[in-house]
Design a protein around this ligand. Structure first.
Ligand code: HSE
Length: 429
């Protein structure tokens, strides 16, 4: 069989990783695919930049969009990024022209994924995007293939390595958030715009994609409730430990009685669960299938090697003739089932209040919680500083989010409460 011919658009860390992997594993891939995989063309913004790899064997294409119509290319590998602009034009035009596509672009798929899936079905091409979700962790393959016979109840995990690195480093060092974010940026973990990492947007992109694969519904980024980790203080991490938890930025999609919930926010998870030990830049994804039970995958969610590994796996699929529907079913069968709002959450909470140390404060807070039918599990006040601000922390038993929000609004309005309450949802995951 003749070799599969690739055009690689975008030569940043991941693009260079792909070139390197395809070169180093050429023979291995020929035996695995029964044919060669040849890069025939590459393109990026800056031709002159030294990328540390020899690109001279490949045709250089200045405007990546031209790859879509290039009869010498079978598969366009889009590693440019961004939900609009060149990346979107290239993917849509390539699919329209009957070319297979492999992309690492989570933002593009989170926003335009359903439209791309419909176009791919119409053209009969394969669109691979393993690298868009959790880098080297093969979660899309697990959902679409290994677990394809299961109805999925829940898929959740750590989908942003930068936030996980920051939470881990704060726990280990006791240092504040900003210092650890600067460290993550120095180490090259964060996105160009770190607000996407720490604000939860990056994890939301990935979760919206996974929820479409798992729950047979269109990609629904607007339906994801998103909160980031910026407000977590070192003392919250220390209190979490005292209560037997770790704080992680979790992405959770699950089917409940009110519809499909999609949410990204900091969570306290028990120390003995599958998520708590996943530290540093590692990602973890757990799928709960009705027949398989819980299946966990842990690995590196970013970086040249892991992301190239996912891109090349998609290329191998195409070389072997795979033509899978993008989101596990034909796009025409992605049905807009209802989404459940965060107000429907029923669960436990950690609350930290900064209060003036004076008699009656706890009584006022307890009365509000009692009125909201919210039951306190544990309560701690450390230190004694009459007239000054001290932290009071508590965990609650399971309560409705809507009731909790109402109670927190009333608590925040008390004279003795000096800062907005800090809350972290507790998940037994
Ligand atoms: N910036 C992302 C993260 C990696 O920190 O996990 C790429 O998606």
């Amino acid at each position: 069989m003749r070799p599969l011919r690739l055009g690689v658009a975008g030569l940043g860390t991941v693009g260079v990783g792909v070139v390197d992997m395809l070169r180093r594993h050429r023979d291995l891939l020929v035996s695995r695919c029964g044919r060669g995989i040849d890069i025939v063309a590459v393109g990026a913004r800056d031709r002159g930049r030294d990328r540390g790899v020899d690109l001279s064997p490949y045709r250089w294409i200045d405007d990546a969009r031209a790859m879509a119509d290039d009869p010498g290319i079978d598969v366009v590998v889009e590693l440019i990024g961004g939900e609009e602009g060149v990346a979107r034009d290239l993917v849509m035009a390539s699919v329209g022209a009957g070319r297979h596509v492999v992309t690492a672009n989570k933002a593009l798929l989170a926003v335009h994924g359903t439209e791309i899936a419909a176009a791919a079905d119409a053209a009969g091409v394969h669109v691979g995007y393993e690298a868009a979700v959790a880098g080297g962790v093969p979660i899309v393959k697990a959902l679409r293939e290994g677990l394809a016979g299961n109805a999925v109840r829940r898929v959740y995990g750590i989908l942003n390595g930068t936030s996980n690195y920051i939470m881990t480093a704060m726990r280990d060092s006791g240092a504040p958030f900003d210092d650890m974010l600067a460290e993550a940026q120095r180490l090259g973990y964060a996105e160009a715009d770190p607000a996407l990492d720490i604000g939860g947007g990056d994890a939301a992109h990935k979760l919206a994609i996974l929820a479409a694969v798992a729950f047979r519904r269109p990609v629904d980024l607007d339906g994801v409730h998103v909160e980031g980790v910026e407000a977590i203080a070192p003392m919250d991490i220390a209190y979490a430990r005292e209560f037997g938890y770790r704080i992680k930025l979790l992405a959770i999609a699950q089917k409940g009685e009110h519809g499909v919930e999609q949410r990204v926010h900091p969570c306290m998870v028990p120390l003995d669960g599958p998520i708590a030990p996943v530290d540093g830049v590692f990602n973890a994804v757990v799928v709960e299938g009705d027949f398989a039970g819980a299946v966990s995958l842990v690995g590196r969610g970013a970086g040249a090697g892991p992301t190239a590994s996912a891109v090349v796996a998609d290329v191998v699929d195409i070389a072997r003739g795979a033509r899978l529907p993008m989101f596990n079913v034909p796009a025409s069968e992605l049905a807009a089932s209802p989404g459940a709002s965060i107000e429907r959450r029923h669960g436990a909470y950690y609350i930290r209040l900064m209060v003036i140390d004076r008699p009656g404060v706890i009584a006022d807070i307890s009365a509000i919680l009692r009125d909201g039918a919210i039951s306190v599990g544990s309560l701690l006040q450390r230190g004694r500083d009459p007239g000054e601000t001290v932290p009071v922390v508590m965990t609650t038993h399971e309560a409705d989010e809507a009731a909790m929000r109402g109670a927190l609004g009333r608590i925040a309005a008390l004279d003795s409460v000096t800062e907005p309450p800090m809350t972290v949802r507790i998940e037994q995951l």
